[in-house]
Design a protein around this ligand. Structure first.
Ligand SMILES: C[S@@+](CC[C@H](N)C(=O)[O-])C[C@H]1O[C@@H](n2cnc3c(N)ncnc32)[C@H](O)[C@@H]1O
Length: 187
């Protein structure tokens, strides 16, 4: 059986929807089997969208069905979303019509630099890939730009935080909520 972080999904594409409230506003998202958190808003995603600092050109890295990009598009001047999972990309296009969705591995399809990169790491795929995605963010940020990462602090998050500090020379915590934290590094 394919994982949510695989390029191709072997399950049947059955289009579904779920509702959720973000910042007091009700949203409906298209979903399907074979994507991350297919049935409901993931708690980490919720912590990120409630606390992310959005400005200018934004990259939603590992966008899944595009929830982060959709919310970011309300404040950003431009939103680019990317994911390796083709099905997730198809749904992200449906969920965030204002954003541009590029299906590819890590930064494979990404051109140009961003003011903000938002990232809910695919921990199931392993630390090596997540670290690579964090490290390469430096090449895609404008001067003064930031990488914002959400994770459960005691389930890998602390490791990401320390890695961000090593790679960027700085890291701060934007918020702590229900065991999750949003870490921010600037370049
Ligand atoms: C934890 S999920 C977060 C999804 C979405 N941002 C959210 O918060 O709902 C991580 C996403 O990273 C994607 N991903 C995993 N490996 C990737 C890679 N090598 N390149 C791009 N995206 C990848 C997965 O397919 C998944 O959609």
């Amino acid at each position: 059986m394919a994982h949510y972080y695989d390029k191709k999904q072997d399950s049947e594409f059955v289009l579904n929807q779920f509702d959720c409230v973000i910042n007091g506003k009700c949203y409906t998202f298209y979903t399907a089997p074979g994507v991350f958190s297919a049935k409901k808003l993931d708690f980490g995603t919720k912590v990120l969208v409630h606390n992310m600092q959005v400005k200018g050109r934004v990259l939603d890295l590992g966008c899944g069905i595009g929830i982060v990009g959709r919310i970011a598009s309300e404040k950003a001047t431009e939103v680019v979303m990317t994911d390796v999972n083709k099905r997730a990309c198809k749904l992200a296009k449906m969920n965030c019509r204002k954003g541009k969705v590029l299906c590819g591995d890590m930064y494979e399809k990404i051109i140009g630099k961003f003011d903000v990169i938002l990232f809910n790491p695919p921990q199931a795929v392993g630390k090596k890939i997540c670290f690579e995605m964090i490290s390469k963010a430096k090449d895609y940020l404008v001067k003064g730009g930031s990488l914002q990462v959400v994770a459960r602090h005691n389930k890998g998050g602390k490791t990401f935080m320390l890695f961000m500090e090593k790679e960027f020379g700085n890291v701060d915590t934007l918020v702590k909520s229900g065991g999750y934290r949003v870490y921010i590094s600037t370049i």
